[in-house]
Design a protein around this ligand. Structure first.
Ligand code: NA7
Length: 560
């Protein structure tokens, strides 16, 4: 152990590591396993009491993945995929958390994870090319490399509603849901937020609540998930074919199995097109996107699917006024992330559910008894906030990160995140992001994107170890080029036509920059592989002999 002096860490000992991983969700868990296997001295920290990341925190009723379980799972270990049996087509939060805990137990990960540990600051030491990382409790890690596995949707957005702190009823954030079940029996419950989370939570909340008020500002496009139990026979067969399934998923730009086609929406008559839409709606999930290849490219084609969703709402929701309010009109289909639901529209036919359009009748404020809109008040016993996240950059910028020469990440990203490959940041050596801004991340199956990043970062660290490099940093020109490339790919897409969290538009004051890489995971993987094959073009390395002032300390490598 190294004794360190300094104001915030005086009298405490520092833990020295080759690599510190921040976060023990799916990204942090695999990174830890991978680097430990390679013989690095590595630890992970997480503010939660256990593994699972997103699936640890988002325990709200109805929380469910919208990628099928067979794909939303690690592919790196055949032993694990053979040992785990999924129960549902789209796993609910308890099943996914149980899976994460199972993987952690199988790999004996918790012995190298420090839970209930918040990272508050990170300072790069130019002399040693190490990061000094401080926890909320004032403990210090000194690590040559830091991997940020902090998640894309992990920092809850503040509910920017006047008087909300005056409300004296129960308040629940979907992304910080209590571990013990909450009872809403007979209560007047308000729900704010009709994105993916609110859409999943509503049907479950409404089953319990006395009265349920859904305060909707913007309606979302949602498709029926048609979730179902997985038959054990089907699961056995799926396990036998896992290798093939994973290989096919790897060839898909979204990182999971999805039908694709070149067929054009207007290549057939109205009746035939309608039949295809109806069949896909009946099958559920994102199948509908596989019917026509231009639905997300061509405005007119997109209007066809918008029309379909509107007609379905009219059929499913009995009250025409409610149906009209539920129809998204202000942005194209898939301009924001498409939601998958179970009985969302049907829930509005319940006698205890009322839709409040807070665009037409805006929320004025909360008081101690409930919420007051311009024209009415709603007394509430409980409030559920499903208001979203400070996505993609929130968790990184919540930490005071100072890079080379004291450069401040918050200042660097003041007008939006700039990264090289969504993995590295110029001016911040030996720092890596798993699914960072500028990578495919949230536009794909997250587990597939996580695995690709973990393996690429692990290869980079192996390369550095093998060649005696102690420092790596992204070059400015490479980063600028990547930012430009990201913009070029996204600029004409439908994704730019909605005020979405992809663009940071959900957080007041956040720079409006399209954050994920929209070129697809297959294309992105090829780019990353090409860069590695060229000896990591766009990265600058420093070896121990050429390090300014020399490297003062060599970290030992633990036994594999
Ligand atoms: P989203 O998709 O950002 O949705 C948040 C919702 O909360 C959305 O309907 C917002 O309306 C609403 N919201 C936020 N602030 C307010 C205020 N002040 N007043 C009224 N309504 C408000 O977050 P989710 O958690 O649902 O989903 C995030 C991702 O998690 C999802 O895409 C999946 O990838 C998993 P707005 O649209 O801003 O009018």
């Amino acid at each position: 152990m190294l004794e360190v002096t300094g104001t915030s860490v005086s009298n405490k000992s520092a833990e020295t590591l080759n690599v510190l991983i921040v976060g023990a969700g799916f990204g942090g868990m695999y990174m830890l396993q991978k680097l430990r296997e390679m013989g690095f001295r590595v630890k992970a920290v997480d503010r939660a009491k256990g593994v699972g990341g997103t699936w640890y925190w988002n325990r709200y009723p109805g929380a469910r993945c919208d990628v099928v379980s067979l794909d939303y799972s690690y592919s790196f270990s055949d032993k694990i995929q053979q040992a785990w049996t999924w129960k549902e087509k789209y796993a609910a939060q308890p099943e996914i958390l149980a899976y994460a805990e199972f993987v952690a137990r199988e790999l004996d990960l918790p012995k190298d994870i420090r839970f209930e540990t918040d990272i508050v600051s990170m300072n790069f030491d130019d002399d040693t090319s190490c990061w000094h990382v401080t926890t909320g409790a004032g403990d210090l890690f000194i690590a040559q490399h830091v991997v940020m596995a902090t998640g894309c949707l992990s920092t809850p957005k503040a509910p920017d509603i006047p008087g909300i702190n005056d409300f004296r009823g129960e308040v629940y954030f979907t992304s910080r849901w209590p571990e013990k079940p909450v009872s809403f029996g007979g209560k007047n419950v308000g729900l704010i937020g009709t994105g993916s989370t609110g859409i999943q939570a509503l049907p479950e909340l409404a089953k319990q609540a006395g009265r349920m008020f859904v305060l909707q500002r913007t309606p979302s496009y949602t498709l029926p998930a048609r979730n179902e139990p997985l038959d054990p026979g089907y699961m056995t067969q799926a396990k036998q074919n896992y290798a093939q399934r994973r290989a096919e998923a790897k060839n898909h730009q979204a990182g999971h199995l999805r039908a694709t086609t070149d067929r054009k929406t207007f290549s057939m008559d109205e009746q035939e097109r309608r039949q295809r839409f109806e069949d896909a709606w009946g099958r559920g999930g994102l199948d509908i996107l596989g019917e026509f290849g231009d639905l997300l490219i061509d405005d007119k084609a997109n209007e066809e699917i918008v029309r379909l969703v509107h007609e379905k709402i009219d059929t499913l929701v009995r009250n025409p006024e409610t149906a009209a309010k539920l129809k998204p009109r202000s942005f194209p289909f898939a301009g924001r992330r498409i939601c998958l639901d179970t009985d969302f529209y049907e829930t509005f036919n319940r006698h205890n559910v009322e839709l409040v359009d807070v665009t037409a009748d805006p929320i004025s404020h909360f008081d101690e008894k409930g919420v007051v809109t311009k024209s009415r008040r709603y007394d509430l016993d409980a409030l559920v906030l499903a208001v979203g996240f400070d996505a993609m950059t929130g968790a990184l910028l919540a930490i005071d990160i100072k890079g080379q020469g004291g450069r401040d990440l918050r200042e660097k990203w003041a007008s939006g995140p700039a990264t090289y490959l969504g993995i590295a940041i110029e001016g911040f050596p030996n720092l890596y992001m798993i699914t960072g801004p500028g990578s495919p991340s949230v536009l794909t199956n997250m587990v597939a994107s996580i695995e690709q990043h973990v393996e690429w970062i692990a290869d980079l660290l192996a390369h550095m170890r093998d060649t005696g490099q102690v420092r790596v940093e992204a070059e400015e020109a490479a980063e600028t080029g990547w930012v430009k490339h990201n913009y070029e790919i996204a600029k004409d897409s439908l994704l730019m036509k909605a005020n979405s969290w992809f663009l940071g538009a959900n957080v007041p004051g956040k720079p409006r920059v399209f954050m994920p890489y929209a070129g697809g995971l297959v294309t992105y993987r090829k780019i990353c592989e090409g860069i590695a094959a060229e000896g990591y073009s766009g990265f600058r390395f420093t070896d121990a002999n050429h390090h300014e002032g020399g490297i003062k300390r060599e970290f030992p490598v633990s036994e594999p």
